[in-house]
Ligand binder design. Structure first.
Ligand SMILES: Cc1cc2nc3c(=O)[nH]c(=O)nc-3n(C[C@H](O)[C@H](O)[C@H](O)COP(=O)(O)OP(=O)(O)OC[C@H]3O[C@@H](n4cnc5c(N)ncnc54)[C@H](O)[C@@H]3O)c2cc1C
Length: 491
């Protein structure tokens, strides 16, 4: 019998980079060679939250790692199949000593997968060393001391990964990427942010060197924020850059003193990023049930035509429609616009948050479950601990896109509509319509709801629910579990 080759494995997940990488660093310190693996798992990518753009981003990120590691015989291997089947095969083929990876604060299917894999490893005496990701702690039951722990972790020196050449490991596995799958991976839209660590650094550097000077000024503007915001979210979500790398880079940048307010703004948000993921790590059920169980009994109209109109950008509210069309095309919206479209769906259109949560998860290139579900529910008003904000899309439009430039870019039907009517095109007379060549109700939809009425009903519904005993008991439970003693109001 041929003796199996003894190896370690580094299992890449949402950590697609080569520096400040604890799992790669640990494997590099050992005396035995290691195999780097990345899996495209049908059970995960067929889940309702995932879209092709996410897979393409992962694919391009791994390709970049392959290129950089080729010289060391350490190119990551891509597999297409379920983790259990792949690890079973790897275990047949090799003598696996240890598997190194980061902990994943993912949706329920990833927890199930990880539990199955853990028992496979245990049965076969394979060690699994999982590293903490970005200061998010596994096994916490409350937030006491979390802030300090987070700062302690983030302020630690960056891990300097050095790679030595190793003997090549032959791995002709039976899990190749199917041809049609690979073809799809190679048709990534140029309208999306390009993937990979090189791009991550390009974005964060241009932010610190120039773009960031307007961060605070334009943060809520749908058009201008596309340039002035960090735009590092997809890179953080897929791990092309770590929170620690981003934090150190911004904090120690020569422009920090000049742009202190802006840079502190983004540093605070890096902490929010982890703060939200920590919630989800501790309560993964937020993917499918209300943060505050007391809101489960709240009845919603869930009008299917409204939901479809919202998804496709045909609600008759120009800024909402521009955002929904823009996110389909580009994968990104700023925070305020994300909050507004969710608020519009749940409050004005009276739809349960679950009718839209996966749709936006699929659109956001930076989809990060730990931020997405808690944030979505905050805007839907189902946490019971946050101030509920019902955004008025007309006011948002007047305040943040006064000339309608963003609207006109994404809703071409309204291109000729003057600024006086762009926020409320249904106010045009027939003569106005004739002047700009658009008929409301025919070329562009009439508004689905009357904002005054829908806002009033939404307020009555949400405040009424707040008075329920179940909502109040749950509120107490949530405060004890998920908030720190001195929490600011918005978290
Ligand atoms: C309904 C809804 C869903 C969201 N889903 C996601 C998601 O899936 N993935 C995601 O990364 N962000 C999500 N956000 C938060 C926020 O909108 C994005 O992080 C931000 O727009 C990303 O752009 P940026 O990188 O230019 O951010 P910047 O303003 O430059 O901030 C830098 C980083 O800080 C973090 N950050 C910024 N704002 C927040 C916030 N409010 N909460 C938590 N972290 C924040 C992000 O990692 C971001 O990349 C969501 C917000 C809402 C309202």
């Amino acid at each position: 019998m041929v003796k199996k080759k003894r190896i370690n494995i580094v299992w890449l997940k949402r950590d697609l980079r080569l520096q400040d990488h604890a799992a790669l660093h640990a494997a590099e310190q050992q005396d035995i060679p290691y195999l780097i693996v990345f899996f495209f798992e049908p059970a995960l990518y067929q889940h309702a939250d995932t879209s092709i753009r996410h897979l393409q981003f992962q694919y391009d990120s791994v390709l970049e790692m392959q290129e950089r590691l080729a010289a060391f015989n350490k190119s990551p291997f891509m597999f297409h199949g379920e983790a259990m089947a792949i690890f079973n095969w790897l275990n047949e083929e090799f003598h696996i000593n240890d598997v190194y990876s980061y902990q994943e604060s993912g949706v329920q299917v990833t927890w199930e997968r990880d539990k199955a894999v853990a028992s496979l490893f245990q049965k076969n005496e394979i060690g699994w060393i999982e590293f903490q990701r970005d200061g998010i702690k596994r096994g916490r039951s409350n937030r006491v001391g979390w802030d300090q722990d987070w700062f302690n972790t983030i302020k630690q020196p960056l891990i300097l990964n050095n790679y030595r050449p190793q003997e090549s490991i032959s791995c002709n596995h039976p899990f190749p990427l199917p041809e049609d799958f690979r073809a799809k991976m190679e048709s990534y839209s140029a309208a999306m942010q390009p993937a990979g660590q090189k791009q991550a650094w390009k974005y964060i550097k241009s932010f610190a060197e120039d773009r960031g000077k307007n961060y605070a000024r334009f943060i809520s503007k749908p058009a201008e924020s596309r340039k002035s915001c960090g735009r590092i979210s997809p890179y953080l979500a897929w791990g092309n850059i770590s929170i620690k790398q981003a934090y150190h880079f911004i904090r120690s940048h020569p422009n920090y003193e000049i742009n202190k307010r802006a840079f502190n703004g983004i540093l605070t948000r890096l902490k929010w990023h982890c703060h939200f993921i920590q919630k989800f790590e501790m309560e993964v059920a937020y993917e499918t049930r209300c943060v505050n169980r007391g809101y489960e009994s709240m009845e919603r109209a869930n009008n299917l035509e409204f939901i479809e109109a919202w998804k496709t950008g045909k609600t008759g509210y120009p800024l909402v429609d521009a955002c929904m069309r823009c996110v389909i095309e580009t994968g990104w919206l700023n925070f305020r616009m994300r909050a507004m479209v969710v608020s519009f769906l749940c409050h004005h259109l009276d739809c349960d948050w679950r009718t839209g949560v996966y749709h936006l998860a699929k659109q956001f290139l930076d989809y990060e479950p730990g931020i997405h579900y808690p944030q979505f529910q905050m805007q839907a008003g189902t946490t019971g601990i946050n101030t509920v904000r019902i955004y008025n899309p007309v006011k948002q439009s007047q305040d943040h896109d006064p000339q309608g430039e963003f609207i006109k870019k994404w809703v071409p039907e309204l291109r000729e509509v003057p600024a006086t009517f762009i926020h409320e095109p249904w106010q045009m007379t027939q003569i106005d319509e004739a002047f700009c060549g658009v008929k409301i109700g025919i070329d562009y939809p009439a508004p689905l709801v009357d904002l005054k009425e829908s806002g009033k009903e939404a307020r009555a519904k949400i405040w009424g629910q707040r008075r329920l005993k179940k909502v109040k008991t749950e509120k107490q439970r949530i405060l004890e579990k998920h908030t720190r003693p001195s929490r600011p109001k918005s978290s």
